[in-house]
Design a protein around this ligand. Structure first.
Ligand SMILES: NC(=O)c1ccc[n+]([C@@H]2O[C@H](COP(=O)([O-])OP(=O)(O)OC[C@H]3O[C@@H](n4cnc5c(N)ncnc54)[C@H](OP(=O)(O)O)[C@@H]3O)[C@@H](O)[C@H]2O)c1
Length: 271
């Protein structure tokens, strides 16, 4: 019996870390993304059976986001391909309190395949290696977030939780809701980035329409609409509370934003 663990999104923020941790612990890992061999492309389901052939466990980070229309169709199809391939455990990365994400979580948890959901808050690494990196380095974080606070999580913590869900026992049917240890406003994050990087970053609260126009100019209208709708749905305070998910799974506290940003700055300075 194969014990290969496949990681979908293996070149991304979470998948790379999940695959690296599995490698370090001696597991057989199949890294999957559009440029791997075999490849995995969410837009081309005809390639999924080959990508999952001989796989026993699976980590899936869906792009662009489980909140978008049609994500449930893709996840339902992935479950069927995984079932046919003999996959015996699936760990799905999800976002907090998004209607589309909840539909996908429910599909997975009702699939009959042993499964665990890792439901995460915003990543601290969005500011250092993700969609807000350029904004952070330009000095202006323009977001339709008002005064809302977010318990930003370290993606290394998230990856460690996902690896435990993939390789530990007794996690089937569970939803691990994970956050960082404290909720910060975007103004507070901007001030931390300024202090740590020695370059001023300001938070500029904008309207949803202003945000849409700015993203559309850079990324096109489709991405702008997706991100604006996502922000409209979740940036209303519903996700402000922290959870103890990281502690419950790993037996240690989640790492705080200052520590994570300081480490990232040190690595950036050495690079
Ligand atoms: N950012 C946050 O704060 C946050 C919070 C909670 C949940 N999430 C969830 O995190 C997920 C994204 O995970 P991530 O941040 O680890 O990834 P990421 O850093 O955004 O990278 C995307 C990954 O997906 C791959 N990819 C891109 N387009 C693809 C396609 N059409 N088919 C197959 N693979 C594709 C990329 O590889 P290639 O380009 O090499 O193919 C890469 O490995 C989303 O579902 C998002 O909702 C994010």
């Amino acid at each position: 019996m194969s014990s290969t663990i496949a990681v979908i999104g293996s070149t991304g923020k979470t998948g790379r870390r999940v695959a690296d941790l599995l490698d370090e612990r001696g597991h057989a890992v199949r890294r999957l993304a559009r440029g791997t061999s075999p490849a995995f492309d969410w837009q081309h389901p005809e390639g999924w059976p080959q990508a999952l052939q001989g796989v026993e466990r699976l980590y899936a980070a869906f792009v662009p986001d489980l909140a978008v229309a049609g994500s449930d169709v893709a996840i339902a199809r992935l479950i069927e391909v995984a079932r046919d391939a003999g996959v015996r455990r699936i760990v799905l990365l999800s976002g907090r309190r998004e209607a589309g994400a909840l539909r996908c979580e429910d599909l997975l948890l009702a699939s009959g395949i042993p499964a665990t959901v890792v439901r995460s808050s915003w990543f601290t690494q969005n500011f250092t290696e993700g969609m807000l990196r350029d904004a952070a380095s330009s000095g202006v974080l323009a977001l339709p977030a008002g005064e809302v606070r977010e318990p930003f999580i370290d993606v290394d913590d998230l990856a460690a939780v996902a690896v435990e869900a993939l390789t530990g026992e007794g996690h089937e049917g569970r939803v691990f809701e994970v956050t960082g240890p404290q909720s910060l406003s975007f103004a507070e994050i901007a001030s931390l980035l300024s202090e740590i990087n020695g370059r001023e970053v300001v938070y500029l609260p904008v309207t949803f329409d202003e945000f849409h126009a700015a993203v559309a100019a850079e990324e096109g209208p489709e991405v702008a609409t997706m991100l604006t709708e996502l922000c409209r749905e979740v940036l209303d305070g519903r996700n402000e509370p922290t959870t103890t998910g990281v502690y419950e799974v790993l037996g240690r506290p989640a790492r705080d934003v200052r520590t994570v940003l300081t480490e990232a700055a040190a690595v950036g300075a050495r690079a």
